[in-house]
Design a binder for this molecule. Structure first.
Ligand SMILES: *[C@@H]1O[C@H](CO)[C@@H](O)[C@H](O)[C@H]1NC(C)=O
Ligand SMILES: *[C@@H]1O[C@H](CO)[C@@H](O)[C@H](O)[C@H]1NC(C)=O
Length: 370
């Protein structure tokens, strides 16, 4: 059987899945072959999660040719140890993060970055994970993923103490459905979340649910066995709307959890247009860079000004192209709401085809030992 390889190609203009051959199979190219086969015989694209479609498209030759536009964490050899407090307005509040999480094969980016991942984003999340376990040392994590939208007006909160993983992607080989991410929930933290939401006039209810791949895939990257996150993880849904202010308000309602050293993370993508990935194979969609920059600029502000900027950029043609549906963008809004008075620092981004990989931290990392 011939094994395709994105690396071995020289055909930069190809817009098809006709890949060249090489003799040395590896696990991930086998994943992709299996996915393509499944894709080819499938009559229903509805069977495929967005992530898996993305990773299929991302097997295209030379797809990883985008430039890294900003990577402060990468350029600093001791980035994790670099103090980030630059002014006297020190905040005791736990920082907030936004993770761009790619597709499910993102977790293998260190082994095969050309098939469904981004090595820079992977390395950045690895470093952020260490920053979290070694410096932030949260009591618990409250996380929002693009892959859980509840309803128009009621937020759902996972109250299960024992949370299984949800393998919400299709057509991948069996070993990916055996991946583990050890975790526990917390009824105590979940109740707190529900109370704070209700106090802010947001309808909320508890449900029992596992973590979806928008959480456990990037968390496996940030918190591998060697850097385990030994605190409860409580996933909270998005609304099933595209309303920016509703999602900013959701984050704001939970901002006070940061005073109790509960870490808030939003997980999505800064640019996420799976429909046009094929079209932009081997290049970068013009709107991807533009919108990634617009997000960076909007997050580089605080308070009401930032809310206005965020509400405005989501209504632009660039946003429509970058996010044909907005669920991967809205976790940015939740994070910004929770961060409120602290700007978002871009730790890394990259644009590949019609995807953008912005990774952000809002607020200061505590200095160890104080
Ligand atoms: C962020 O805002 C500051 C001014 O508040 C400005 O100096 C800086 O260039 C901005 N950075 C970006 C990436 O927009
Ligand atoms: C973006 O898309 C929405 C929904 O399809 C549409 O109503 C809106 O006019 C579009 N906005 C822009 C600026 O293209």
């Amino acid at each position: 059987m011939s094994i395709p390889s994105a690396k071995a190609t020289s055909d930069n203009n190809s817009n098809t899945l006709a890949l060249p051959q090489r003799t040395e199979p590896n696990r991930l190219t086998s994943v992709i072959v299996a996915s393509i086969v499944v894709c080819a015989i499938s009559v229903s694209f509805a069977l495929f999660s967005r992530g898996s479609i993305a990773s299929l498209f991302r097997t295209a030759p030379s797809i990883v040719s985008a430039t890294v536009v900003s990577s402060p964490l990468n350029t600093a050899a001791t980035s994790v140890a670099t103090p980030v407090m630059t002014d006297s307005k020190f905040s005791d509040r736990t920082p907030v993060y936004f993770f761009s999480h790619g597709g499910p094969t993102f977790m293998y980016s260190d082994k095969d970055q050309e098939n469904g991942g981004d090595l820079g984003a992977f390395n950045t999340l690895r470093r952020i994970g260490k920053e979290i376990t070694e410096k932030v040392k949260p009591k618990a994590v409250v996380v929002f993923s693009a892959h859980w939208q509840s309803s128009r007006d009621t937020i759902e909160v996972n109250t299960a103490e024992k949370t299984d993983l949800i393998y919400d992607f299709y057509g991948f080989p069996s070993f990916m459905y055996e991946e583990k991410f050890p975790n526990v929930g917390s009824i105590h933290v979940a109740s707190k979340v529900i109370e704070r939401l209700q106090a802010a006039g947001i309808k909320a209810k508890g449900v029992k649910r596992g973590l979806d791949h928008g959480v456990w895939v990037p968390f496996k990257v940030a918190f591998p066995d060697s850097n385990a996150l030994k605190v409860p993880v409580v996933q909270v849904s998005l609304f099933k709307t595209e309303d920016p202010n509703q999602h900013i308000a959701l984050g704001k309602a939970l901002a006070s959890l940061r005073d109790e050293n509960i870490l808030i993370i939003g997980s999505g993508m800064t640019v996420h247009n799976l429909r046009e990935m094929g079209h932009y194979w081997g290049s970068v969609a013009p709107y991807a860079k533009k919108f990634d920059d617009m997000v960076e600029k909007a997050l580089n502000g605080t308070g009401e000004d930032r809310e206005k900027a965020l509400a405005s950029i989501i209504r632009t043609p660039e946003a429509n192209k970058s996010h044909p549906t907005k669920e991967h963008l809205l976790p940015v809004y939740i994070a910004a709401g929770a961060a409120y008075n602290e700007k978002g620092d871009l730790l890394y981004t990259n644009q590949i085809s019609s995807l953008g990989w912005g990774e952000y931290r809002f607020g200061a990392v505590p200095v160890t030992g104080t």
